[in-house]
Design a protein around this ligand. Structure first.
Ligand code: G6P
Length: 477
């Protein structure tokens, strides 16, 4: 069906909407609120674009449909696919491996089989949607084989791939039994984007070590069996961002401003409000942060009469054992600290295990004096950018882990921490709590300049214009 087709096809594990069937068997959908959606929705809407992805529940066999000016092409995943490809290989093999083996990755050959099978399904769906000479943009670690599978079927198209999470150092990556196949899978693309220069460099090192291809700086040269140059692949950094101007505008509305005040009142008007916002994931350093805060209460450097911590931990990947264990660990720790230090009307920690709409998040950011981003490893961390975009009052302080992609961009003006160093983390929190308002303002202005300049439109335009500059191979090569 590669006849008419679409000029731009996005391929991601998730569609920008969660789909379900109504009583008549018709698809109904709600917008899924992730960063990827906000990033790419305007791009797809402006071009004649389609989006290939999973609808969010098992066994949903659906025809392509239109929603919010986008053509959505659902890929069906069975219960087995979800267990083996999504929960298994994507989130219990690749995710921990690519995040510095904070948790030991699990290697199962059956999961690898499922990963290949499902990646092929996504590639087939994308190949069927792409117009001749189209641009196909594949996203993230769940789909690293799609560029190769796609190129086998459609040598006429331009293929971009963006890796939203870290690409690990060679010494860690080589643990993967299927490391060579993954590298070759990615090399099906013309342009491979990473969050940081360091991720791109890690990938190029893996290419050099695991394949026969030659590399020079960011460029990989692929040759055919006779040593003739077949094509070039570029691997480079394109740090992702948020729709900073839209976020800034939303946070300035009277409703959000008013809600921020209400939140502080509802929390008992603390002198200092500390905030953590994360998916409940072991990469986010939630335990380290809570431990540091607990010790500050124990040391008497903070008291519950003056300070409180709000921790929003949105539920994530709840069928994966490591996430279940993490939830238990965090909840035991929160319970212990609240038991030890809370007083009537002054809980030490407000712990919320659910998600909130964007407006409520903006109000929370505005209400918080200190934002704690203490990830042990994170591709970018968009929460840090949202906090900054919300602070048009130039107030607030950001404590930011040096192990986030965001630290590469914002390091100069955020208060950087190594979250493994609990004493250092405690000092950084106290620095943020007691920061001189003039210093805070100076830092926030610098942070805002950066986040408002490099917004998500800038990110996708830059990536797509570099990709478009790649000459399309003529089909007889
Ligand atoms: C990270 C990944 C995304 C993923 C998201 C939510 O940001 O980079 O690819 O979609 O987490 O995780 P989930 O497993 O719910 O899709």
């Amino acid at each position: 069906m590669a006849t008419a087709g679409y000029d731009l096809v996005i391929v991601a594990n998730r569609l920008p909407v969660d789909v379900s069937l109504d009583d008549n068997g018709e698809p109904t959908w709600t917008r899924s609120p992730g960063g990827l959606v906000t990033a790419l929705e305007p791009v797809v809407q402006k071009s004649d674009g389609a989006w290939v992805g999973w609808g969010g529940s098992a066994d949903l066999e659906l025809e392509p449909f239109d929603a919010d000016d986008m053509r959505l092409v659902p890929v069906a995943l069975s219960e087995d696919d979800l267990t083996q490809y999504y929960e298994g290989f994507s989130n219990d093999t690749l995710w921990p491996l690519y995040h510095d083996v904070i948790q030991p990755p699990t290697f199962h050959r059956q999961w690898w089989d499922a990963y290949q099978r499902v990646n092929r399904r996504f590639a087939d769906a994308a190949a069927a949607q792409a117009a001749p000479g189209a641009t196909v943009w594949v996203h993230d670690y769940q789909l690293q084989l799609v560029p190769k599978y796609l190129r086998e079927q459609r040598p006429d198209i331009r293929i971009g791939y963006f890796h939203h999470i870290p690409f690990p150092p060679l010494e860690i990556f080589v643990q993967l039994p299927w490391r060579k196949q993954v590298v070759e899978g990615l090399l099906g693309a013309d342009l491979i984007g990473f969050q940081r220069g360091g991720d791109a460099a890690n990938f190029v090192r893996a290419v050099r070590r695991l394949t026969e291809h030659t590399t020079r700086g960011q460029m990989v040269t692929l040759t055919d069996a006779n040593g003739r140059v077949e094509r070039h692949v570029r691997a480079a950094a394109f740090p992702i961002s948020i729709d900073s101007h839209a976020f800034d505008t939303m946070a300035r509305t009277p409703e959000v401003q008013q809600r921020a005040k209400e939140i502080r009142t509802e929390l008992g008007d603390p002198k200092v409000l500390l905030l953590g916002v994360d998916r409940l994931d072991y990469t986010k350093g939630i335990r380290h942060r809570i431990k540091a805060y607990g010790e500050l209460l124990e040391d008497g450097r903070l008291s519950v009469e003056d300070a409180t911590l709000v921790q929003v931990a949105s539920p994530s990947r709840e069928n994966v054992g490591a996430y279940q264990q993490l939830r238990d660990d965090v909840e035991i720790l929160v319970g212990r600290i609240n038991g030890d230090y809370s007083e009537f009307g002054h809980p030490a920690i407000h712990y919320m295990h659910h998600s909130y709409p964007m407006e409520e998040m903006a109000a929370l950011y505005l209400a918080a004096d200190v934002m704690l981003v203490t990830a042990l490893r994170d591709g970018m961390n968009l929460v840090a950018k949202e906090y900054i975009a919300a602070r048009s009052d130039d107030r607030g302080a950001l404590v930011l882990s040096e192990f986030t992609g965001a630290a590469d961009e914002l390091g100069g003006a955020a208060i950087l921490v190594n979250p493994h160093d609990i004493s250092g983390l405690k000092n950084a929190i106290m620095h943020a709590v007691n920061i001189d308002p003039r210093e805070a303002r100076k830092r926030m202005r610098r942070l805002r300049r950066r986040v408002l300049e490099n917004d998500v439109a800038n990110w996708s335009n830059t990536f797509l214009s570099v990709l478009t500059a790649v000459p399309v191979r003529s089909s007889h090569v």
